[in-house]
Design a protein around this ligand. Structure first.
Ligand code: FES
Length: 157
């Protein structure tokens, strides 16, 4: 792991991102997304900093962060669509949402469109259960997502 990315400057950038999202519903996904951009990965030190900053238990952050690490090995599209399949989202129909996106983009879950524009991935609980079902695209969080919203959400990218 390169030590050079753990600079004061990078941690200051992370603190700024945390401050911008603190108190927001679903703050964790955008903060982790930005942290990944700043550091290139999300180590346990970074998770601890986010945990303290956002006042979210480390265990919860670990679950979501591992989604990013798992995904970092795969070929990525320009935009990453993550549909939460955690319990709260699942019972509110997130499987139907992921199926609809998969059909619309003509890709299987876990794949990237041939033009490289979108990747579609399942996520475990992203820590925003009160917004279930949750779809995130890059750092954007779409809570209480409906099947009818999918087309207009995707058209933003
Ligand atoms: S189950 Fe989807 S945010 Fe918690």
């Amino acid at each position: 792991m390169p030590a050079s990315v753990f600079t004061q400057e990078n941690f200051a950038r992370l603190d700024l991102v945390i401050a911008q999202h603190k108190g927001e519903q679903g703050a964790l996904m955008p903060v982790l997304y930005e942290a990944k951009k700043i550091f290139g990965f999300i180590s346990i030190d970074i998770q601890e900093r986010i945990s303290k900053g956002l006042d979210i238990p480390l265990s919860e952050i670990y679950g979501v962060a591992s989604f990013y690490s798992t995904f970092s090995d795969k070929q990525k599209g320009e935009n990453i669509i993550a549909v939460c399949l955690g319990t709260a989202c699942y019972v509110k129909g997130s499987q139907k949402i992921i199926d609809k996106i998969s059909k619309k983009l003509n890709i299987e879950v876990g794949d990237t469109t041939s033009d490289g524009k979108f990747s579609l991935v399942p996520a475990r609980c992203v820590g925003a259960c009160s917004l279930a079902p949750v779809v995130t695209i890059n750092a954007d969080v779409y809570g209480k997502a409906k099947l009818d919203d999918i087309d207009s959400i995707l058209s933003n990218y």
